[in-house]
Design a protein around this ligand. Structure first.
Ligand code: ATP
Length: 238
């Protein structure tokens, strides 16, 4: 089932093009990594897919099953690390979209938030203050929050940027479990080429315009894929 399709999708800021003519789809259960240099338009595309930034051209079609929401793990900002709320409150905020005008969380939302914290192995921390957790624990809370928002698609923007290698490895394994056990589609922006190539089934490579979209094997057979792939090897050896 196709979850999302874009055709020649473009985005600009004040008339300056940031993403140009991107055409790709994501279907249920797929794992796609978006790669590219700094400033190549990855985060802009993600914001556009989440309808937080309007397109300057092209079309974006979202499948009906995404109408309930898309799970989104944004780039970690230092200010969020100090957010003065409990783990349960941060997780529950993932349900806000679904609550419409209802002002309080109900039993169902609390149960779902606890289930997702359980899935992330951190239910015992639900009363703790978010800002007192480690970076890896905070990412798990934000992932539990994203799971409250979505059943079919998770969009992750550089999720391991602030994690140490052990926390990053655990995080990748966690995502892989969600992908295989819940059949969750994953769209991940990543500078970590080694893991993007090993976990991603497809690669979308941006350089403002789209340089490549297709399977990881096909990507590695292209000159661009080989150059970026080698970079991943170098990074993993250092
Ligand atoms: N809010 C904004 N206003 C104006 N220009 C922006 C804004 N956000 C991004 N840009 C510009 O759009 C282009 C793409 O930026 P974007 O953040 O999408 O790239 P990126 O690939 O995600 O970069 P990085 O890997 O460094 O996170 C850049 O030239 C950037 O300066």
């Amino acid at each position: 089932m196709q979850l999302l399709h874009c055709e020649n999708l473009s985005f600009s800021y004040d008339g300056k093009v940031a993403v140009k003519d991107v055409t790709f789809s994501i279907s249920s259960g797929e794992y796609i990594c978006i790669v590219g240099e700094n400033g190549s338009g990855k985060s802009t595309l993600v914001k556009g897919l989440l309808q937080l930034h309007p397109p300057s051209g092209g079309t974006l079609r979202l499948g009906d099953c995404l109408k309930g929401g898309i799970g989104y793990l944004p780039q970690q900002k230092t200010s969020w690390k100090h957010f003065p709320a409990s783990v349960l409150e941060v997780t529950l905020s993932g349900c806000l979209n679904r609550m419409k005008l209802r002002p309080f969380y109900g039993k169902k939302e609390k149960q779902q938030a606890m289930e997702n914290l359980e899935r992330m192995g951190i239910a015992h921390l639900h009363r703790h203050c978010f800002r007192e957790l480690s970076g890896g624990q905070q990412q798990r809370v934000l992932l539990a929050r994203a799971l409250c928002a979505a059943k079919h698609l998770l969009i992750l923007d550089e999720p391991i940027a602030s994690l140490d290698p052990i926390a990053a490895k655990e995080f990748y394994e966690q995502i892989q479990r969600l992908h295989t056990e819940l059949h969750m589609a994953v769209l991940m922006v990543s500078h970590d080429m080694k893991n993007a190539l090993s976990y991603g089934e497809k690669i979308l490579h941006l350089d403002t315009k789209q340089l490549f979209f297709g399977t990881t094997d096909a990507y590695l057979a292209t000159g661009t894929g080989q150059r970026f792939g080698e970079r991943g090897q170098q990074i993993s050896c250092t």
